[in-house]
Each structure stands twice: as C-alpha cells, then as structure tokens.
Design a protein around this ligand. Structure first.
Ligand SMILES: Nc1nc2c(ncn2[C@@H]2O[C@@H]3COP(=O)(O)O[C@H]4[C@@H](O)[C@H](n5cnc6c(=O)[nH]c(N)nc65)O[C@@H]4COP(=O)(O)O[C@H]3[C@H]2O)c(=O)[nH]1
Length: 518
C-alpha cells in the first residue's frame, strides 16, 4: 500500500509559495540598490582616495618637511612659529601644528609660545615610520582646550582638522566615511557628517544589508585605510521613483505568478487521479454488500461486494467515476486486491465466511493475466474459493482467448464466474460459449424497461432464453418494483438483486439482514 502523501491546504500552500516568492524578490531589491549606487561607486571611491591622499600629503609635506628643517630640542622662536603657521596654512586636513620638547607642546602655530606647556599624552599607536598617533590629545584652542587626534613625527605634532574632514555628499542618499587603521585599530576618520557606522570593521564580509538604515559597502583595498560607503535605502527610494515603480511592478508580478502556481499545484495535488493513486487504502475505501435473493426460496443467497470510495475531504464520489479513474491509473489489480482483502476480513470477523456466496467485481484483463487468482491464493484458503463468484463486465473484454483461459482456471479451482451488465456489451453466443461461465446478470437498464410491453421486455425474454439454452444461472439486477420482480420471476429468472430488496449495506447490516425484515 502506498504511503498517503501530505495534502497541504490551499492557504498553507499559498504561504509556502509566498515565502518562496519573497526569497526570489528580495535579491532583486539588492540588485536594484546595488545598481543604483554602482554607477557612482568609482567616482566616489576616487574622491575618497583623493581626500585620503590629501590627508597623507598634508602630513608628509608639513610634518616631514618641518622635521627635515628643524631638529629636536629647539626652543620655540618666532621663526619656528612662523614656519609652522605657513605649513598649517597650506595644509587642508591639518590644523594647529605644534612643537614638542621634553614631552610637552611648547608652542603651536595658532597660539604661539604657550604660557604653560601642554603635556603630550602617551601615544595610542606608533607606526613603522615612527609616526605616533594619539587619540585624546588636548589641544589649546582660544582660551580653553579641546581634545583631538594628533599625528606626531619627530618634534612636530599636528591636529587633524575635522571641519575639513567632514563633508556633505553631492548625492543625498550616498554617505561615506574613511577610517585610518593602525594594527587593526581606528586612528582618524573623516567623511559625511552624521554617518558613522558603529562597527565598520564587522563589515569585512563586503556588503551587509540595512546596517543602521544603510546598505553598507566596505572597501579596504588600501593599506591602513578602509572606506565604508552607505546607501540610505529609504532616501534612495524616495529620490528614485523609477526604482520604486520597477520594484513594485516586479512585486505584483512575482506574487501573482507564485499565487497562480500555488493554486495550480493545489489543484494537481487534489486531482482525482492523484487522490485515487494514493487513496486505495482502508481509510478511504470501504465495501458495501447488496443482497442477492434466490427467487425459489425467497432467501438471501448471497451478496455483491460493491466498493465505496471517499476523497481526502471525506466526500464520497460515484463508484463508476472512481472505477474509471482506477482503470486510467492502471491500478485495477490494486483495487481488486484491496476489495478482496476487506471482504475476507469482514466475512471472517462476522462469521459469514462460507455462509453466503459473495460476488466480487473484477476487471477482465486481471482475470486473463491470472493476477486475480494469485491474489485469492495469497489471502484465502482454497476451501473457500467455491463460495465466491467473480463478475466481469463484457464491455471491458480485450483478449477473449486469454480471458477464457483465466476463467477456466478460476472455475477449476471452484469459483463461479458471471457476466455482469449482460446485454450492454458484445452479447454474442460464440463469445458466451467460448467463455464458459456460470451465470448471467441482466443489466438493470433492461429490467427497468420491462414493466410495460416494450422492446426491453422482449430483450429480457430473449436473454433469459439464451441463458437457459446455455444452462446458465440468471440474475436480474436493478429490481426496484414488485412489477419488475413479478415479471422476472414469471420468466424463470433464478436470482434477483435491487433496491426493491435492499440497497447496498455494510457488513454488520448484512449479517442481520433477512428478506422479511425489509
Ligand atoms: N438505481 C439502482 N441501482 C441499483 C439497484 N440495484 C443495484 N444498483 C446499483 O447497480 C450497481 C450494480 O453493480 P454493477 O453492475 O456491478 O456496477 C458496478 C461495478 O461495475 C462497479 N464496481 C462497484 N464496485 C466495484 C469493485 O469493487 N470493483 C470493480 N472492479 N468494480 C466495481 O461500479 C458499478 C457501480 O456500482 P454502484 O454504484 O455500487 O452501483 C451498483 C448498485 O448500487 C437498483 O435497484 N436501482
């Protein structure tokens, strides 16, 4: 038996599809953002590089040049202060150059000779060229003092000019900041005002989406320096309506497509063909029994086993529709085996095995191939074979010689074989003779016409006379009224089956069934 697959409800499937759609849609948002600022990327990096070059250039020109001009240990004099002012004036990123003697700043380009020399704080880092960086160095400013980053080379110390290092970007949604690095620690930083990613060096993976409202890009290609460029996502979408239109159209298309796909999937998941494929099992398949009355004794001679099948939603569908689907799915033997197993179980549990003759519907091809016989041999002991009748519909006969052989084998082992719905298929004498069956079941459509004088009546009479010639037992199927019953009885029909006697019932009801109770 096949394992029942998971049947997702419509809303569950749609949720799965929408999650999938989001997985595909969000990369698109990244692509749009990436494209949006990608055009400006090179210009921006160039600008940042030139800022950085300018900054390094300032240090080089001012400090290194002053160093080569003035050795250590000088006293501050007018000439030195004047030189420092000159370099300070030309430097763009530096402000206030000072002279250090014995660990104290003794004069600066802004304040001249200091009344009280200012102590140089311990260096935060010393670079390979013996340049020291101090992060919290007090600096004399007007009457008071300010703390800032200083770079010291030799006796000269310079303060980073933050006014210069801060700028407003030309593109409102692009922000940037450059960080100087010594031994992996931040020294100076400059860039767009307000934009200071808190942990820029966690971004080493490259791009990370939505860090503090920015889509950040990290560029650490230069030694001792990293640039972080951020796209302000909200302001980008506010200023770029084309991107918004593009993304919203894609959003609608994506979700519409995936909704349609989900609905289609749901449809095929619940298709009759699939449900039948997995649904020939004890949960969905049941067997009902319709009594067959012996018209001589007026007693129940046996019953026909008729299957009932419900969908996974618990709705019963017409047996004919179900059987047709079983044939389309090539599951005929699977169905017959399931019915046979249920019938044997039902009969055994209710002490009816061997008490009544039970008719089982079978597909002619399964009889021809011997599969039916195999199934019976597998599930039932040989001594009970004679209490079963195998019914086959003449409409479905494909290979008459093979079927005759199958029928012969069944009968040899004790089964009775009957032709079901007789009159609706080939109904010819030669065929009947070749098959060597035991009984004929007259199709209900003829029985229903037989009440008044009609062609139907003549046909029933004709079928009965054929059956008698061939010495076959005759069953009238679909008997619904006393008139129909009287008519078939008067013709000498042996058995009657139909709603007049009983509708198909479950095994418990069959066990209690008696013709007088009806
Ligand atoms: N209106 C009316 N109907 C009556 C009356 N008496 C019996 N019937 C119905 O006629 C059908 C008789 O079975 P069938 O000719 O073998 O026709 C069966 C048989 O060909 C097929 N079938 C049913 N169960 C199985 C099965 O387990 N295996 C196979 N292979 N086919 C089956 O499906 C067909 C339809 O089965 P059901 O829907 O159960 O319909 C049953 C039964 O309920 C009556 O007085 N009035």
């Amino acid at each position: 038996m096949r394992k029942t697959p998971i049947y997702l409800k419509k809303y569950q499937l749609l949720i799965v599809m929408w999650v999938l759609a989001s997985f595909l849609f969000f990369p698109l948002v990244f692509i749009v953002l990436d494209n949006g600022w990608g055009n400006h990327k090179h210009t921006l990096i160039e600008q940042l590089d030139s800022l950085s070059d300018g900054f390094n250039h300032d240090i080089e020109i001012s400090l290194v040049a002053l160093n080569s001009m003035y050795p250590k240990g000088l006293d501050c004099n007018e000439k030195l202060i004047h030189q420092m002012k000159k370099f300070d004036y030309h430097a763009k990123f530096l402000t206030t150059i000072g002279y250090v003697r014995d660990g104290n700043i003794t004069c600066t380009s802004d304040s001249g000779k200091l009344q009280t020399p200012m102590k140089v704080e311990p260096a935060s880092w010393v670079t390979a060229d013996d340049v020291t960086v101090t992060l919290q160095q007090p600096i004399p400013l007007f009457d008071g003092e300010e703390k800032g980053i200083t770079v010291q080379a030799g006796p000269f110390i310079a303060f980073l000019d933050y006014q210069q290092a801060q700028s407003r970007p030309a593109i409102p949604w692009l922000k940037y900041r450059t960080f100087g690095l010594v031994d992996g620690k931040i020294t100076y930083n400059y860039g767009t005002i307000e934009y200071k990613p808190e942990h820029p060096f966690e971004l080493v993976t490259g791009k990370r989406w939505f860090e503090d409202g920015y889509w950040n890009y990290l560029d650490c290609t230069r030694p001792s320096e990293c640039k972080v460029i951020g796209v302000n996502v909200l302001s980008y979408f506010k200023t770029e309506p084309a991107a918004v239109i593009f993304l919203s159209s894609f959003f609608v298309i994506f979700f519409w497509l995936f909704t349609q796909l989900g609905l289609r999937l749901h449809q095929s998941m619940y298709s009759l063909s699939r449900q039948v494929f997995y649904g020939i099992n004890g949960k969905q398949l049941q067997v009902r029994y319709q009594p067959i009355i012996d018209l001589d004794t007026q007693q129940m001679a046996g019953a026909e086993a008729l299957c009932r099948w419900k969908t996974i939603n618990g709705r019963y569908i017409s047996t004919c529709q179900f059987v047709q689907q079983v044939e389309k799915n090539n599951q005929t033997i699977e169905l017959t085996e399931a019915v046979i197993k249920t019938v044997i179980k039902d009969l055994t549990e209710n002490g009816l095995l061997g008490r009544y003759r039970i008719s089982i519907n079978a597909f002619p091809d399964d009889i021809a191939s011997g599969r039916i016989l195999q199934v019976f041999k597998q599930h039932l002991s040989l001594c009970h074979f004679s209490t079963f009748t195998i019914e086959l519909t003449e409409q479905k006969i494909n290979d008459l010689p093979a079927l005759s052989e199958g029928v012969r084998q069944l009968r040899t082992l004790g089964f009775k074989v009957a032709i079901d719905d007789f009159g609706t298929g080939f109904s010819n004498f030669d065929g009947l003779r070749e098959l060597k069956i035991d009984a004929l079941k007259i199709d209900k459509s003829f029985i229903w016409q037989a009440e008044q004088e009609s062609l139907g009546q003549k046909l029933v009479e004709h079928i009965v006379s054929i059956a008698k010639v061939l010495k076959l037992a005759i069953v009238a199927e679909g008997v619904e009224t006393s008139e129909q019953l009287n008519f078939v009885s008067s013709l000498g029909v042996d058995y009657s089956q139909g709603f007049y006697h009983s509708r198909p019932v479950d095994i418990k009801a069959l066990a209690k069934w008696s013709p007088t109770k009806q």
